[in-house]
Each structure stands twice: as C-alpha cells, then as structure tokens.
Design a protein around this ligand. Structure first.
Ligand code: NAD
Ligand code: UGA
Length: 462
C-alpha cells in the first residue's frame, strides 16, 4: 500500500523547538492516521530528535516519542520535499525580540517567519492550510498572506492562527489536557473550511467546548495578552514582596488571602526572583512596541512597567545578598541552586539565574552552580565570563565550603536535601537566600543558617 493510502493527511511542522517538537509528538500520538513530519534548518536538532537523547527535556516526552517515531512521526532536514507534499503546515519557528535596526529591543524579529513563508510558496503546487503556532504580532497573518500569494503563484493558502499556551515543564500535560485551544480564521467559506480541518485534529482528544474559534486578529492578539496578564500577576506580587520586606508582612500570606477571592484566583501569585523563560519578556516587549506603534503611549507604559518590576526584583535579590554578606562578595563562594528558568526543564532562556550570576561575578564572588538538567545550558550562558565559576552536579558538593547558598530555581529535590549536612560543610556564618520561598525556613534557621527569603522577614542569628 502506498503512503498516500495509509495516511489521511500530511502535516508538516516547520521548527523542531520547544513548541514544534512536543506539539507534533502529541498530535502524532492522538492522530495515528495523520503523517506528521517536523522539519528544521538545524541538523543538530533534527539528529537529536532522531536519537535517544532528545534535544529538550520535558516530562513524558520521551515515552511518547518512542511510541510513534518512525510510525507516523518523522523528523527531517529535507524541508522542501516535505513542504511540497504537505496538506497542513504548522509554523513553529522562533520569533525572538529584534536586536538590530528599527524596534531593536522590543519588536518581534520576523525574519524566520518570512523565510518560512517564502519557502512554502516556492515549494507549493497544491493548496495548503498554514497554521501560525509561533507567537506573532497582531495582523502577522496579513503579512504572511501577502508573501504567500505574491507573484505568479496561483496556489491558494488559507492562514489560521492557533497559538500555543503550553508551559515548559508541563508541556505534555498542557497539550493533552488544555484549558482551551484557540483557532482564529477568516470568516469566509475557505477560512471556515480550513478551521474545520484543524478542529478535526483537536477533536480527537479535546472536548468541543474547550475549543474557541475567533477571528484571526483576536486570536493573534489573545496570545500576547495571555502572556502579558500572566507576567503582570507575577510582577504585581513581586512588587508587593518589596513592601512586605519593609513592613514585616509575609508575601505568601498576602498572596493566599488575596488569591482566595474567586475573582482574583490563586495561580501565578508566587513571589520570587522574577519571571524568566523565552516568552514573557519577549511578548511583553512586543506588546509595548505594538502600542507605541499605534501611538497608545500610556498603554505601552503600563505594560512596560511589568518588565521594569521584573528587572527590579532580580536587582533586589542581588542587593540583598551583597548587603547581608557584609557588603563584599570578593572571593566568597556562593552556591547557586538551580539555573533553569523554572523547574522540570533544562531551558535557561532569559533565566533570572543568568542575570543574577553575572551581577555576583561583577562583585567578584566565586560561584558553584548546580542544576539537575540545565548545567550544559548554564555553561553556554556564562561562556567568556566563567572565571571563578564551577558547574557541579551534586548539590552537596556545590555547597561545600560556600559562604552563601542562593536558591534560584525551585526544583522539588532541593526540598528534601539534608540541610544539616550542607550547613556543616559551609563556611560560617552560613547564609541561605531562598529566591523562590521554596525551603522550610524555620527548620533552616534552627539548624543555624541565616535565612533570607522573598517578601518575608529574615530569620537571622546575627
Ligand atoms: P525554538 O527556538 O526552540 O525553536 C524554533 C526552531 O525553529 C529552531 O529549532 C530553529 O532552528 C527553527 N527554525 C528557524 N527558522 C527556520 C526556518 N526558516 N526553517 C526551518 N526551521 C527554522 O523556539 P520555541 O521555544 O519552540 O518557540 C517557537 C515559537 O513558539 C515562538 O514564537 C514562541 O514565542 C512560541 N511559544 C513558545 C513557547 C515555549 O514554551 N517555548 C510556548 C508557547 C509559544
Ligand atoms: C509561559 C506561559 O505560562 C504559557 O502559557 C505560554 O504558552 C508560554 O509562557 C509561552 O508563550 O512561551 P513558561 O514560560 O514555559 O510558560 O513557564 P511559566 O510557568 O509561565 O513560568 C514563567 C516564569 O514565571 C518562570 O520563570 C517562573 O518561575 C515564573 N513564575 C511563574 C513566578 O515567578 N511566579 C509564579 O507564580 C509563576
């Protein structure tokens, strides 16, 4: 039987990253009659997806890859051939903040999107549905359509917006049991037909009432706004943590009391060293740029303050370490517990740890960095400024001889370490700076540590 007979549709995803890889793994698992191929310009990434050591760490991912890879899930660098054969093309390429020219530092860099659109056009002889999975500025589909339908190519493309809301570390669960799926389309006969094709895929495992259909622009904008709202909650509670520290209120108690109001809700109110990850800052800045572009300066200022509070929170953390450790860190060893931007991922993109470590190194501290999954990325992030930095897998070894311990990522295993043993091996006085309010502070204090948390009064023997 030919391949055509085996599979009802061919899906191709451009971009084998944190979004493209896991989303296609889930679709391939849920839709055995679709052939799913993920393509990328990075040979290294594709080779890793085809190996036993996947390029990203995500709980549950490996088992699902093993189930379908080589059956209906394929990873390939042969972009042209796969695009030509595709019925539905998901675009999951990166859309980083532009770091050059007009809009540098704020606007989205859309070069990878444009390259993808041109490549699709070049390889298409049959109509295709193009699905925007990447996070894009509102009205990006218009640009994409202009490129795809330009020149003498008579092939018709229908563009859908289908933003991804999964979070790293819980990607598989978020995709298998999503809060909602959002599909934006044009309200035309062909737009609705394309939307129904995409609906057919999600309906294999998502209840219909969890699938929202909207117009294209609402869908594109909703993604930016969802991230902006989430980030705003974190900056809101972090701003209050600063007030707690000078008034002896406890930010966790405040968050709990406030979050019990069902109109507010309890999620995303964990104070910490600030949000990281590849998207919150990028998407907020993109929103700020869009508002400025449309001359909505007050709106831009509002959203920009969310980023400013986040930067301020990382500074406050470093300032607390410096002030507490007698205003000098020169040649003192600080153990850094956790480098990933959050637990259960090896991703360190825009991780607060990068900024915090850089500032500690400027103070000439020595660092011993430990993390269960992010050490190789940490090495890359600090390359060139890593004099005086050690990377150590074993947290007990990382803490040995340290004057201070700064917890930056709340890996669950850090809660069950033997802190008496850690205390005994550290220089005295021993300090713990819990940047995620993750540890049992009273117990640490009783062991002998001087404990500094976020938005809580310190527990100190000095
Ligand atoms: P990523 O950098 O991990 O992956 C993007 C991939 O696209 C890379 O492997 C890159 O080589 C490839 N690529 C770039 N240009 C290409 C081209 N012309 N042809 C083929 N491949 C190309 O990025 P990511 O984290 O997966 O994010 C992708 C998009 O999804 C972004 O817009 C991001 O904002 C959005 N998003 C990310 C997350 C997340 O948790 N990471 C969640 C939701 C949405
Ligand atoms: C976030 C969103 O949660 C996803 O819905 C979205 O799809 C994704 O961005 C994206 O567009 O990339 P992610 O960045 O993977 O997901 O992780 P989050 O769980 O949102 O955490 C982001 C950062 O906020 C982390 O550094 C985390 O430590 C921090 N955070 C989160 C807090 O400081 N406090 C909280 O209460 C929650």
């Amino acid at each position: 039987m030919s391949e055509k007979d085996n599979f009802s549709k061919k899906i191709v995803c451009v971009g084998a990253g944190y979004v493209g890889g896991p989303t296609m793994v889930v679709i391939a698992n849920k839709c055995p009659n679709y052939k799913v191929t993920v393509v990328d310009i990075s040979e290294e990434r594709i080779n890793a997806w085809n190996s036993n050591k996947l390029p990203i760490y995500e709980p549950g991912l490996k088992e699902r890859v093993d189930k379908v890879r080589g059956q209906n899930l394929f990873f390939s660098t042969d972009i042209d051939e796969n695009l030509a054969a595709a019925d539905i093309i998901f675009v999951s390429v990166n859309t980083p903040t532009k770091n050059f020219g007009q809009g540098a530092g704020k606007a989205s860099d859309l070069q990878f999107i444009e390259q993808t659109a041109r490549r699709i056009k070049k390889n298409s002889t049959s109509p295709k549905i193009i699905v925007e999975k990447s996070t894009l500025p509102v009205r990006a589909a218009e640009t994409m359509a202009s490129i795809l339908h330009s020149g003498d190519n008579s092939v018709r493309f229908e563009i859908l917006s289908n933003p991804e809301f999964m979070a790293e570390g819980t990607a598989i669960r978020d995709m298998e049991e999503p809060d909602r799926i959002l599909i934006g389309s044009h309200d035309t006969v062909s737009g609705n037909a394309a939307r129904d094709e995409l609906l057919k895929i999600y309906l294999k495992w998502v209840p219909r009432d969890k699938i929202i259909t909207t117009n294209l622009w609402s869908s594109e904008l909703s993604k930016l706004v969802a991230n902006a709202f989430l980030a705003q909650r974190i900056s809101s509670i972090n701003s209050i943590s600063a007030l707690c520290e000078v008034t002896e209120a406890d930010v966790s108690e405040v968050a709990n009391a406030v979050g019990k109001d069902s109109r507010i809700g309890s999620k995303f109110l964990e104070a910490g060293v600030g949000f990281g990850g590849s998207c919150f800052r990028k998407d907020l800045l993109n929103l700020v740029y869009l508002c400025e572009y449309y001359k909505l300066d007050d709106v831009a200022k509002f959203w920009n303050s969310v980023v400013e509070i986040n930067d301020n929170q990382m500074d406050r953390f470093v300032n607390c370490i410096l002030k507490t450790m007698f205003r000098t860190l020169v040649d003192k060893k600080i153990a850094i517990f956790g480098f990933a931007f959050k637990p259960d991922t090896g991703d360190t993109r825009d991780a607060p740890a990068i900024y915090i470590c850089k500032r500690l190194l400027e103070e000439r501290a020595r660092l011993s960095i430990t993390d269960p999954h992010a050490i190789s990325n940490a090495k890359k992030d600090l390359a060139g400024i890593d004099e005086g930095v050690e990377f150590i897998e074993n947290p007990y070894e990382a803490a040995r001889g340290a004057h201070g311990l700064a917890l930056i990522t709340e890996w669950s295993e850090y809660r069950s370490l033997d802190y008496q043993k850690i205390f005994d091996s550290m220089a005295k006085p021993s300090f713990i700076f819990d940047g995620r309010n993750h540890l049992d502070h009273q117990r640490l204090f009783e062991i002998g540590f001087n404990v500094y948390a976020i938005g809580r009064p310190p527990l100190t023997h000095i």
